[in-house]
Design a protein around this ligand. Structure first.
Ligand code: NDP
Length: 254
């Protein structure tokens, strides 16, 4: 099992992001955990965690200035060692529109947070991740070296979509599905493009999880999902590069 020296998790004030931070804190190998929140002053649960390894910083993924400010702050924290792992977790799933009745504005909002912002956050952190990889003595293509992991969703699978827009909780998922399919393409494309830079890229479905987004009816607790995810992160190697996997490292069809 390999753990990163430093990790950054977006959207970490609640839900799966908060759970991932709590799981990373259990591992002493992880020396720096950067948890981002849109409004740090309202990140109540994160702010109650007293651990010198935890750094809580603001990030609105849809704002370029906010991303640039975060990069500047992270440089000060990680220093010459760079960053080993970026977890693109922040996401939204707004329930709007039935079938194809969705406005341009709502499509933009959905795709901006879940797809476009993942590209831009990853792009801005790439130099720090490359530095992290160059400085690390961990095995190649592990999260201890240099990795971009993206929390996608099984609903992003085109091959497994037999039910269309409607989901079992009545959520109309067309735009959400599109946003996650797009981010899966991003993941596969950068996995190939960044292979020569030694950066691992994998997309994960966390399962159906009891969060504000997943609803109270979901089958997994945040603890169950995120403990499995972090365990799987620690087992990643080059064979997984570009993959779309569930929390148990099983392959999901694109
Ligand atoms: P939550 O709604 O519980 O949390 C979403 C997080 O994303 C919050 O921290 C939220 O911040 C943040 N966020 C939303 N928009 C922005 C933005 N513009 N800038 C920065 N941060 C933002 O959702 P989950 O924890 O359930 O979801 C996390 C990820 O897991 C998402 O990518 C989701 O698509 C994915 N997922 C979840 C599943 C589930 O069943 N729960 C299933 C499959 C995938 P704020 O508090 O400020 O709104």
């Amino acid at each position: 099992m390999v753990f990163p020296r430093s990790v950054l998790v977006t959207g970490a004030n609640r839900g799966i992001g908060l759970g991932l931070v709590q799981q990373f804190l259990k591992h002493p190998e992880v020396e720096i955990i950067i948890a981002t929140a849109r409004d740090v002053s309202k990140a109540t649960e994160l702010n109650t965690i007293k651990d010198p390894r935890l750094h809580i910083l603001p990030l609105t993924v849809t704002c370029d200035k906010s991303i640039d400010n975060l990069v500047e702050e992270v440089v000060k924290i990680v220093g010459e060692q760079g960053l080993n792992l970026l977890v693109n977790n922040a996401g939204i799933a707004v329930n709007y529109g039935t079938k194809v009745e969705i406005s341009r504005a709502k499509l933009h909002e959905q795709l901006d947070v879940n797809s476009i912002s993942v590209v831009l956050v990853s792009q801005k952190f790439l130099p720090l991740l490359q530095k992290g990889g160059a400085k690390s003595t961990a095995p190649d293509f592990t999260v201890g070296k240099s990795a971009i992991l993206t929390i996608s969703s099984g609903l992003g699978s085109i091959g497994a979509n037999a039910i269309g827009s409607k989901t079992i909780i009545g959520f109309q998922s067309l735009a959400y599905r599109m946003s996650k399919s797009a981010v899966n393409q991003f993941n596969r494309t950068i996995a190939v493009d960044l292979e020569s830079d030694g950066v691992l890229a994998v997309a994960f479905c966390p399962g159906w999880v009891q969060t504000d987004l997943g609803s109270a009816k979901a089958e997994l607790t945040v603890e169950q999902s995120t403990s499995a995810l972090v365990d799987s992160f620690s087992k990643l190697n080059k064979e997984h590069n570009g993959g779309f996997l569930n929390r148990k490292l099983e392959v999901i069809p694109f």
